[in-house]
Design a protein. Structure first.
Length: 301
């Protein structure tokens, strides 16, 4: 096994655990947003460490678009059972059926944006007053603006210009009725930190992150996984390739990358050499320059 100087991971871990314990102390009904991706998996792992030997004091919340990788859903259920955690699933299809969300039509249609509606309704239904997420500041410029404790108003919306100072790691969770907070314990982690931590603690992750054979097609410079609900444009062709995911989300916008990484050490070497950002393959971020910030203002993850 390759040796790394991982002393900085101890500091990042301690910071994340401190933030999680602050959430448990300041809020009555906290939840942990779980996508099935590596960052949310690390969040569950950290929560288990933070409150051991007690159970995780956060309800796991997954927003299911109906267009998820099957591997993600299987891993989600197994993880919740492993930790004895309560799991709440919000379904985008239910939001569509009730008329709260309108499904996109056409070749480039995606349910990714519709997750916001389902997330906010799920938070309201279960009266969650804090929702922990695995967002990191290195991922995207809008996420770089987030504080550890990120205030959301009574409509679930985020105002990046109206956030609270966090001097000396003092977090202010005071809120009015109907408001809630999004909390990001691993804000200061990088993608490399995440992978080194997964290797260090031997954390299980879905096979999607390792190289596997999959049917894909290329759109706007991004390789996307082929699925029955994905329509092809003229000239697009489905082929089989050895690929893996760097991020995991809705199939319609989760890009895959050509790879030969079959081990965690391989992934770390690959990340160290790449010049493409982690979300460079996310089709949803390419809709506009401010796509992520616009979604976050409306209540997105």
């Amino acid at each position: 096994m390759t040796k790394y100087n991982l002393n900085h991971l101890k500091e990042l871990e301690a910071e994340a655990i401190y933030v999680m314990r602050e959430v448990a102390a300041q809020f009555e009904r906290p939840a942990l947003l779980f996508s099935g991706g590596k960052d949310s998996i690390i969040m569950v792992h950290l929560a288990a460490k933070a409150f051991y030997p007690a159970k995780i004091p956060f309800t796991l919340v997954h927003i299911d678009t109906g267009h998820n990788f099957e591997e993600t859903l299987t891993f989600r259920d197994e993880l919740a059972e492993k930790y004895g955690a309560k799991l709440v699933v919000g379904y985008v299809q239910e939001s569509i059926d009730k008329g709260d969300a309108v499904e996109e039509k056409g070749v480039g249609a995606s349910r990714n944006v519709l997750q916001t509606v389902t997330l906010l309704s799920t938070i309201e239904k279960y009266k969650f007053d804090a929702a922990l997420g695995g967002g990191r500041r290195d991922e995207e410029k809008a996420r770089a603006k987030e504080r550890f404790f990120s205030h959301r108003d009574e409509f679930g919306q985020w105002d990046p210009k109206n956030q609270r100072p966090e001097l000396w790691s003092i977090y202010n969770g005071k809120k009015n009725i109907g408001e809630h907070f999004r909390v990001f314990p691993i804000s200061n982690w990088t993608e490399m930190d995440v992978w080194q931590y997964i290797l260090q603690d031997n954390i299980p992750i879905p096979d999607l992150y390792f190289t596997h054979r999959r049917k894909v097609f290329k759109r706007d410079g991004v390789w996307l996984a082929a699925a029955p609900f994905m329509q092809l444009k003229d000239g697009e062709e489905i082929i089989e390739m050895d690929v893996r995911c760097r991020t995991i989300g809705d199939i319609t916008c989760t890009g895959v990358v050509e790879s030969r990484a079959t081990t965690l050490e391989d992934i770390i070497r690959e990340i160290a050499a790449t010049r493409v950002t982690e979300r460079g393959g996310r089709a949803d971020d390419k809709r506009s320059e401010a796509a992520m910030e616009d979604r976050k203002k409306e209540g997105y993850f």
